[in-house]
Design a protein around this ligand. Structure first.
Ligand SMILES: C[S@@+](CC[C@H](N)C(=O)[O-])C[C@H]1O[C@@H](n2cnc3c(N)ncnc32)[C@H](O)[C@@H]1O
Length: 295
């Protein structure tokens, strides 16, 4: 799908709302069953063997908030706000006055609207269609970048799509303003077994349609002339641990999960979480947390 870019050319707008909803709208209670209580659906930041999923997710949010100086900011944008965990952390823990969350999932929007007050602005909107009513002090995007390009696009096409995202974010920030992007990336271990190839194809076909991972270098190249990179880290092992913990929780409550979404869907999530964990462990996949600053 395409949309008009800020320079008047045509820009790729990422996975369609239908593709996003095929994954995220299969049931809010289903995700509640195996995610942490805030329903954070992205890699946590673990600290030590006795850490809990809830603490590790909060630590991840606080890391990205502090790195973008979003604490005590007036207005912060969350691109791909999911079930609202970061928005809530910004408001309740970090004293942010106004937060804006974009999602393409109706189920996520309905959930957040169920508890949010007037400090929260929730929009069922693609970032490419977003027209802010005021500038943002900081922007954070966690686990959405994976949906900004599709299989079959070549490197130049992916970079063009990502560049448009960075160009927009730059426009929405003041000089010195910061953007955090957390995304899965392709790992540098390309020696794959047939089973790994089958598992990755399964995830592309059945779990995350119309989506594709960037190389880390594409994040760097696409952000050139829009942002300086402050820091970049690869936390692949943190995502392996997160996926294994999600899978453990899912299988511990398998009967309830099957009653919610059916046996086939539970089997698919079991396979996807286990294959993703192996992918991170084997470095077929990586997890980039990148902090950018507007020049
Ligand atoms: C894996 S979830 C992560 C949600 C949340 N950030 C978290 O960490 O729990 C991906 C999110 O990105 C959103 N998303 C994907 N593509 C998007 C786009 N083009 N514009 C806005 N949101 C998008 C989805 O609707 C979903 O909320």
């Amino acid at each position: 799908m395409t949309s008009l870019a800020t320079d008047g050319s045509t820009a790729y707008q990422g996975a369609s709302a239908e593709a996003i909803q095929s994954h995220y709208d299969i049931g809010n209670e289903f995700y509640e069953l195996w995610l942490d209580p805030t329903r954070t659906y992205s890699c946590a930041l673990w600290d030590g063997p006795d850490d809990t999923l809830t603490d590790a997710q909060a630590r991840k949010h606080d890391y990205l908030v502090e790195q973008t100086r979003a604490d005590r900011a007036k207005r912060v944008l969350d691109v791909g706000s999911g079930w609202g965990a970061l928005l809530r952390r910004l408001v309740e823990r970090h004293g942010v006055a106004e937060v804006v969350g974009l999602t393409l999932s109706q189920a996520q929007l309905d959930h957040v609207r169920g508890w949010a007050d007037d400090r929260y602005e929730l929009r069922l909107e693609n970032w490419i269609d977003h027209r802010p009513t005021a500038a943002y002090d900081a922007i954070i995007s966690i686990g959405a970048f994976e949906h900004f390009a599709d299989m079959g696009m070549d490197r130049a096409e992916r970079i063009a799509a990502y560049r448009e995202f960075f160009r927009r974010c730059r426009e929405w920030l003041p000089p010195g303003g910061r953007l955090a992007v957390q995304t899965m990336v392709k790992g540098n271990n390309t020696r794959m077994s047939k089973q790994t190839v089958r598992d990755l194809l399964f995830m592309i076909d059945r779990i995350f349609p119309e989506s594709e991972l960037p190389w880390s270098s594409e994040l760097v190249e696409a952000s050139e002339r829009a942002f300086d990179i402050v820091s970049i880290r690869n936390d692949a092992d943190h995502y392996a641990r997160t996926c294994l913990e999600w899978r453990r929780r899912l299988l511990a409550d398998r009967d309830r999960a099957e009653a919610m979404v059916g046996g086939q869907a539970v089997d698919d999530y079991d396979r996807y979480l286990s294959a993703a964990a192996s992918g991170f462990q084997n470095r077929h996949l990586g997890l980039a947390r990148v902090i950018f600053e507007r020049a």
